[in-house]
Design a protein. Structure first.
Length: 131
């Protein structure tokens, strides 16, 4: 029996070629390399490594359960993202408060420097050379 090429196997499973190539490299899927460098994959080996869910299992799960699971998953993701957004808003508020305090401190230091008395000009400076 001839083997499948990487592209054919990917189409049969509904996976990407890179997924199958990674499985071959890690040893999860065995394949033989042809002389031209392509892989030949035995279909039995392909379905051993990537088993398809049986039709009975697909029919046993009601569609509504899948939908509620997706909605529950989305709801939990939304609540998690809302919590993260709230934390980020708190951090931003703290940073703005710190910025305002630093700005106020810098402004007060600059205004105090302007109003500080200048050094008197009448102080005689001593020269380093004695004459």
């Amino acid at each position: 029996m001839t083997g499948l090429t990487l592209s054919q196997a990917a189409k049969a499973l509904g996976k990407s070629k890179s997924t199958l190539n990674r499985a071959i490299k890690t040893g999860r899927l065995s394949a033989t390399r042809n002389e031209d460098g392509t892989f030949s994959i035995n279909p039995a080996e392909l379905y051993r490594a990537f088993p398809e869910p049986s039709e009975n299992m697909r029919q046993e799960r009601p569609v509504e359960q899948d939908r509620t699971a997706v909605y529950d998953d989305l709801g939990s993701r939304i609540s998690l993202l809302q919590q993260l957004l709230e934390r980020e808003r708190e951090v931003v508020a703290d940073l703005k408060e710190d910025r305002d305090r630093w700005r106020q401190q810098a402004t007060s230091l600059l205004t105090n420097q302007d109003t500080a008395p200048a050094t008197p000009l009448s102080v005689k400076r001593r020269r380093w050379w004695p004459f």
